[in-house]
Design a protein around this ligand. Structure first.
Ligand code: PFF
Length: 453
């Protein structure tokens, strides 16, 4: 990719834009994180609140990032500085880069688990194991000191390799075919899961809201999950939007991406929870939930060997298109702001992320005794990035567009200077001026216990 001067490289086609952005959004957040967080927060009511946040706050934040990135034509930090010279708004970009380090570290550790599960699928390692044995198999793996670290490095290396090869070639190609395939496979798994004996309990858990299970903390977790899943609040989509051609309809892209992302999360829920109940797994089992549950489903499927292998490969690819988007935030910042070459930037970022990443990968093993605010290193990175940094980022991003960049500039960017209709604009502006910032601030302060209303 070209660096600070000259023409910036861009995504090639409309479908390329959607594929790359959806590739960033769809990943472990939908298939690993959504079920485990929903499971810990009581299921149905959490899902409803989550959906509300996607619509009311998530899509407007996504649009705002698109506006900033495509108008700014720079990395997350540089776009703010260009649109607001001499003003401290660029600090949002810096916070985003910090969040990218944290997310990439623990996320890549989980992505590494996918590689272990590809390997286990290959060698038929799940075969004949009872649900209890599969649970043990996962916790044995997770608490080890060698394989979680090894797989972390393999996955980090893959991510770095793709980033070094540039925007177009690397990102676009890998997403176009594989994401639709993932959707189809999830659908097949969901069908198998809901036809298991005892599946109904899981459907009820996911779709029957029980608001007595909701606390202010779970509302914040629903907000954090919606941000995490859509890849918003830290400048990933600012960075990607800077590569989006000027004739792309940003509103349409946001809607397609949010819809695809939400569909995949719900489908993952439908594949997981019936099986969770059918196999007697605790829905609140935490970060291992999906890895414990899925092999059980494959054991009950005709062609389970094949499906399991295919699924974990696709999950790995979905994770990869997300890790590259996070690494791109850091690398674009290093190249454009610090004047580094793309290769050097990638190596530096990878080395720095790896420090936190190894600590994350060891959070159930050698470093399980190391606690920060009562959580493991993995736990605190996961919790704080989604529930603190992303909402804070989202808060300032909407404020920036609403009150600084302004309605007219936003209209020009969203409407491609008059060539695309923006009938939704008044609604969007109203939300980003008042609703989104007030909601985020309130939920954030309540959820962290800083105010009590
Ligand atoms: N949205 C990704 C997922 O759901 O897996 C994770 C992610 C990617 C979060 C990029 C944040 C981000 F900036």
């Amino acid at each position: 990719m070209k660096e600070t001067t000259g023409a910036r490289e861009s995504f090639g086609s409309k479908f390329g834009v959607i594929a790359a952005t959806a590739g960033s959004a769809i990943g472990l957040g939908n298939i690993w994180r959504f079920p485990y967080v929903a499971g810990e927060n009581g299921g149905g009511a959490f899902l409803l609140i989550y959906l509300g946040f996607i619509l009311l706050i998530g899509i407007p934040v996504m649009l705002s990032e698109f506006v900033i990135g495509r108008a700014g034509q720079q990395n997350a930090f540089g776009s703010f500085r260009k649109l607001a010279p001499g003003k401290p708004w660029y600090l949002i970009g810096l916070m985003g880069v910090a969040a990218a380090f944290m997310i990439l570290a623990f996320y890549t550790a989980v992505a590494g688990w996918t590689l272990e599960y590809i390997y286990q699928s290959l060698v038929n390692g799940f075969r004949g194991k009872s649900p209890a044995e599969l649970e043990l198999m996962f916790s044995d793996f997770q608490s080890g000191s060698f394989r979680p670290v090894l797989w972390f490095f393999v996955f980090m290396g893959l991510t770095a390799f793709i980033i070094m090869s540039g925007v177009k070639k690397g990102i676009e190609k890998s997403t176009k075919i594989l994401m639709p395939l993932l959707l189809i496979l999830l659908l097949i798994m969901a069908i198998r899961s809901v036809t298991l004996p005892g599946a109904l309990e899981g459907i009820k858990f996911l779709f029957k809201p029980d608001f007595t299970k909701i606390t202010t903390k779970s509302v914040l977790e629903a907000l954090g999950q919606s941000f995490f899943s859509l890849s918003i609040g830290m400048g990933t989509l600012i960075t990607y939007a800077s590569y989006v051609p000027k004739d792309n309809n940003l509103g349409g892209t946001a809607l397609s991406v949010a819809t695809a992302d939400t569909l995949i999360a719900i489908l993952a829920g439908v594949a997981i929870f019936p099986a969770v109940f059918a196999f007697g797994i605790a829905p609140g089992s935490g970060a291992g939930l999906v890895y414990i549950t899925l092999p059980n489903i494959f054991q009950q499927m005709a062609g389970g060997y094949f499906f399991s292998l295919l699924f974990f490969v696709l999950l790995g690819v979905a994770a990869l298109t997300s890790t590259i988007s996070v690494l791109e935030v850091i690398v674009a910042f290093f190249t454009e702001e610090l004047g580094m070459k793309r290769k050097a930037a990638t190596w530096t970022a990878t080395a720095l992320v790896s420090i936190l990443g190894v600590m994350s990968a060891l959070s159930w093993g050698a470093l399980s005794g190391v606690q920060v605010f009562g959580q493991t290193i993995f736990g605190i990175l996961d919790y704080a990035s989604a529930n603190i940094l992303l909402p804070l980022g989202g808060f300032f991003i909407v404020l920036f567009v609403a009150w600084f960049f302004g309605r007219d500039n936003a209209r020009a960017e969203l409407g491609n200077n008059g060539s695309v209709r923006t009938g939704y604009l008044p609604f969007y502006i109203f939300i980003i001026r008042f609703i989104a910032p007030l909601c985020i601030a309130f939920i954030f302060l309540q959820g962290l216990g800083l105010i009590k209303v």
